[in-house]
Design a protein around this ligand. Structure first.
Ligand SMILES: [Zn+2]
Length: 253
């Protein structure tokens, strides 16, 4: 049992070390962002479950089946198990997904009705009065899609529809959960380089995935023009526009 446990721990550590290297250096992830996001999830599951299962096997090795934790031997075994359970609970609490304060502010704006709603491409969109070019998707029952007048006024109809389709894809593909989990793991274990790489990569991949969905809906050209207006100056905006000009949009539905 010790050999199997050690093998599982080594396998889990190999996944934690190698998966970020493979996934951040593979060019195909740019064309297939949703597949790449699934690969990150599988790597996280293998890393966490494999490590915990391995440690359990090593700890329980050579223990009698009727009392694997040897609680009968010594009360300190019970204490050790209690501490281990507490550590797992603390990790789970640290990793839990928390919405950012900006999400709360947007939710409040939508709930209070201070932002008038406009129907754009079949989606009710809250339009807030602001000079800054802003578009975002807030998950949850009281969430939705929000754009600023500073952005809406500068876009043609098809470009605005492209922005809304992009934000809607964030909601339907549950990108907030993927980013939330990745960022929570980064906060919980920032000393693992793979955790930082995963959070960075996830934030970019969800943008590519939402772009693909929007491009299928309204066409790459309208979306590319919209990205130039909304986010033309950032490094990610530049990558998104060049991706939309060069490659045909991937077939990931
Ligand atoms: Zn986006």
């Amino acid at each position: 049992m010790i050999v199997a446990g050690v093998a599982l721990i080594v396998l889990a550590l190999a996944v934690v070390v190698l998966a970020p290297r493979v996934l951040t250096r593979s060019a195909w992830t740019i064309d297939r962002p949703r597949t790449a996001l699934v690969c990150w999830s599988v790597a996280v599951l293998l890393g966490i479950v494999g490590f915990l299962a391995g440690v359990t096997l090593v700890v329980l090795a050579n223990r009698p089946v009727t009392d694997p934790f040897r609680l009968g031997d010594s009360p300190s075994h019970g204490l050790n198990i209690g501490v281990a359970l507490l550590a797992v609970t603390a990790f789970a609490v640290a990793v839990r997904v928390r919405p950012g304060p900006e999400h709360d502010a947007v939710r409040e704006a939508m709930r209070s009705g201070s932002a008038p709603h406009r129907e754009i491409d079949g989606t009710p969109v809250a339009v807030v009065e602001a000079e800054h070019a802003l578009a975002c998707a807030v998950p949850g029952r009281s969430g939705g899609v929000l754009v600023s007048t500073g952005l809406a006024d500068r876009l043609r109809t098809d470009e605005l529809e492209a922005v809304v389709a992009h934000e809607r894809a964030h909601l339907t593909q549950r990108h907030a959960v993927a980013v939330g989990v990745a960022e929570s793991i980064e906060r919980a274990v920032p000393w693992i380089p793979g955790a930082r790489a995963m959070a960075r990569s996830t934030r970019v991949l969800v943008e590519f995935a939402a772009d693909d969905a929007a491009a299928r809906r309204v066409g790459r050209d309208a979306l590319r023009r919209a990205v130039l207006v909304a986010d033309g100056t950032s490094a990610l905006g530049a990558i998104r526009t060049s991706r939309l000009s060069d490659a045909p949009v991937g077939g990931e539905a």
